[in-house]
Design a protein around this ligand. Sequence first.
Ligand code: ADP
Length: 418
Amino acid sequence: MDIDKISFNIILLILIVALIFYNLWKIYQNENDLVISNDKAAEFAVAKTRFLTTMSHEIRTPLNSVIGFSEQLSQSALSKDQAAQLTAIRSSSAMVLDLVNDILDFSKYEAYRVNLEIAPFSLMDCISEVVHIMAIQAVQKGIELKTDISFGKDFCVVGDTLRLKQLVMNLLSNAIKFTERGSVKLKADVKLTKGNQLILKAWIIDTGIGIDEVNLGRIFDEFAQVNYLPSQFRHKGTGLGLAICKKIVEFQNGEINVVSELDKGSIFSFSIPYEICDNKISAVESPPTIDLATLVGKRILLVDDNIMNILLAQTVISKHQLFADVAYNGQEALALFEQNQYDLILTDIEMPIVNGVVLSKAIRSCSDAVKRNTPILGVTAHLLAEDRLLYKSAGMNDLISKPFSEKELMDKIALQFT
Ligand code: ADP
């Protein structure tokens, strides 16, 4: 082989190696860009969730007053007109609350901030409970609600019962909402798979208005609402229900589908794998009966920087003959706490100067053992699990979500004394 040929081959080899390296570098660059853009997307989703959580807090706080005071007003003597106006206020504020909850829920799934519960539960009990609630709506519309469930009551699986309830509730509520005559049927079946796994399959079948082909393809997208709906069906939801259903199912490695025909009806179906539970489910403990009369005379320290919230809590607790002292931030609360002996502290979380978390920690480190153990109830609009964990680890015994009803507040207070 002559020198020229050898150098040509070497140059060719160098070129090929350079080309391979160049391509490898390009692939690395692209991968890197992809990782960066994925990281950015994830960061964005987390930021979005934080933003929505903050917004939901801001909306929930005044909503707490609207819902709470309308509940109090509804218990007073009202004229027919006033009662009708109050009903409108109550149902509008309930709709705003639903909207806030849906947006918050959806954003949690988008940011993968959903913690699935893993606990044994009865599939049959879980589904029947929802059917039972939805039957009232079906009766009101004159629609038959049928069930065809192939498994028994003590069929136990491990998973998230609340998510399954939310899913079935959304699908059944849509089916009833979009059906004017005929029936809605829930069919459920299980298929045993490998090991101790099974797949729950369910179909929600309605004889309602149906969905056309164009809309069918995007029906699980967020904010999807079909635009040809007759007026009686318009503006009755957020368009987030099905998007949340899809997230619930996919988070549990399941599938959700729909087939539909305009003016004939729709069949929404889903399947979710579950692990079969070996133990029988222990009978659900019935909540302790709460005698509110035992609370008469108890002394409560109310801590909140929002005067409306204070007024609402005061109205409720004084109605049940408990006494309340008021502090508008954690610092004022600590001063009162030093001077007096309280049976319970009900505190907001976000407050100026000293917030509810710092206040709780300060109370838990008090040198007086009796005072140190005063029950603390946190009032929060934050629904993220991580926030709740933080509040509990700061020393709060329990949390109550804004907006709360009179019963919810009094039950939570009473639970601290059982
Ligand atoms: P919304 O809260 O607005 O009902 P969903 O995501 O639950 O939002 O539903 C989106 C849209 O899908 C609805 O507005 C409706 O147009 C359509 N849809 C959902 N379920 C049904 C059904 N069973 N029959 C007919 N249309 C339906």
